[in-house]
Design a protein. Sequence first.
Length: 158
Amino acid sequence: MGGYFLGQSKQNKGSLPDRDLGSKNIKIVSVSGTVIAIDGSLITLKTADSEEKIIEIGGQTKIYVQEYKTTEQYQKEMEEYLSNSKKETDTQSGPPNLSLAPAALNLSPEIFAKKPGSLADIKIGVLLNVIASEDIKTVKRFKAAQIIIPPPAIVPAS
């Protein structure tokens, strides 16, 4: 089932090879694929396993474009992260409080900056990561809650 991310329910625990992917307990809420058609607010994706999904973009759909951070920006964030990690290690007695809001946790920096995008940013041939608010395991067409347009892969010079 290439191109999908799994959502695990409480009833279906265990390592990935032990899971029955056809089980009703597995909820699929996101898909990745390449845009092969655009018809107004309908986007057709082709997943890694050559399945086609039709994505409906509505007024509530959030679209984001990811861009690589500059080396300087990422390095600065990493230095802040490492400094904060050291402070936490020096003062912490016990496990971290994971119930804090993500902004309050000292999370490692990401290499991407996420900026608001629009339907105009979606082009034929572009890779999309689409998140739905419903189980999309058995549907061909669904409404997108969020669409993330990743940056093109960096190919090293040969």
